[in-house]
Design a protein around this ligand. Sequence first.
Ligand SMILES: Nc1ncnc2c1ncn2[C@@H]1O[C@H](COP(=O)(O)OP(=O)(O)O[C@H]2O[C@H](CO)[C@@H](O)[C@H](O)[C@H]2O)[C@@H](O)[C@H]1O
Length: 502
Amino acid sequence: MKVLGVTSELFPLVKTGGLADVTGALPKALSAHGIETVTLVPGYPRVLEQLENAQVVAETEFLGLNCRLLEAESGDLKFYVLEAPVLYDRPGGLYLDEHGNDYPDNWRRFAILSLAGAWIANGGLHAWRPDVVHAHDWQAAMTPVYLRRHFECKTPTMLTIHNLAFQGQFEFQTLGDLGVPPETYTTECLEYYGRVSFLKGGIQTADFVTTVSPTYAREILSDRSGMGMEGVLRANKTKIKGIVNGIDTDIWDPVNDPCLVGKFDLERLANRDLNRRFLMNLFDMGDRPGPLFAVVSRLTWQKGIDLLIDAVPHIVQMGGRLVICGEGDRDLHERLRNLAKQYAENVAVSIGYNEGLAHLIFGGSDFLIQPSRFEPCGLTQLYALRYGAIPIVGRTGGLSETIIDANDAATGAETATGIQFHPVTTDELQHAIDRAFEVYQDRDRLRKLQSRGMMADFSWAGSGRRYARLFRSMADLPPRIAQLPVVRHQRRILRANEARAN
Ligand SMILES: Nc1ncnc2c1ncn2[C@@H]1O[C@H](COP(=O)(O)OP(=O)(O)O[C@H]2O[C@H](CO)[C@@H](O)[C@H](O)[C@H]2O)[C@@H](O)[C@H]1O
């Protein structure tokens, strides 16, 4: 079975957040179920620079623009790259210019990506045609619309919403240039309060809509969390499903992670201290006692960074330290830089995107703080678990179902893996931080929480199976027995044997 993924980000080629992690890892998980995925991604310069032995497989015109499609492979990934320098070769970021503003032609940049996806799904490349199309977020949400309304093609489509906050809304005037028939501009498809919404078009048209956790799938049906799209989502309720994200345990593996100074597992936990010390030196913080808190995040309102900023004096007063690695809103950059100046010995801030530093922080900090106001799934808490940093999370979306709060009942039952707080306010965050200090004083409790988190299985095995089942049902194909991946405890035994042999 063949799936075409359409996405604006794909790890390791191009990443600004969790979307890339998922589109980069899911193909591997699906291949265990006999599903081949090829992913279409924009030809940003950083993507083109990394291509090896790419073949041009098509030269064609989309919305009046001459484009090339390249086919390439990297590791386990197969992908098509849409080469159109006018659209994707920009001095700023993937979506924003160097001043932090949306590119004014974002509608065209991602309409053309979606159109190219629909063109492939319609058999444009004679050599490869998918059985199912999997579009991700608003940037690819027009793919089902083009497929049905432009090509009149019946290939089944799934749209995954990684974050409902981004909906791809544009002026009514763009409609005439989208290459879709006028009938699409109705409340049944693209029309959204007098504007065009790519995400709405995708939700209305796709055969299936998934979000990245069952809790978020429920939350977005409510007025409180539906971000204005709740009516549309409720009308499509029967085709919405939540499948929790997994993590790529080959990349996120503290035993073999090249970004770590001290590689570790449960038997060699002391090596974590090497990472911690390295971090402290890196940020000139000295190696004093007390917990090291950390944040690795896009710096936005969603992630509750303003709440964290208000809690920093409390952390410092209690004798904790904090490392923040993130990028996002400029006013938050400014406020964080000021905090780092004010509390130079306790607070370190690295503004920017730094994959290696993120790994090191997960592998060296004691607690990862994630005060998200909403969180469709969240991956950083899962990386933190695997790397022995105890997550402190707001109880929302995927955070609420991936972290088990260390309350008395869960502690007694030996199931707790982290600390949750609710509602997501500075007061409650401070209370959660107080609880973290208590845990930190009790080494036995700390170790238990840490080791339970490290043993938790958040690999793609289970969710890969769920996606595979869904894709097969959409293509009307019977389920296949998966080639079972080596299960976790077997891997541990293998590692232990290897260690003994060495
Ligand atoms: N400055 C920085 N330097 C290096 N790495 C950084 C970084 N800032 C963030 N990252 C990395 O980016 C990823 C963030 O993923 P998340 O899933 O936590 O959030 P995001 O909001 O981007 O994703 C959205 O999509 C994902 C995927 O579905 C959902 O889990 C999530 O809830 C939803 O908001 C992680 O790999 C993290 O390590």
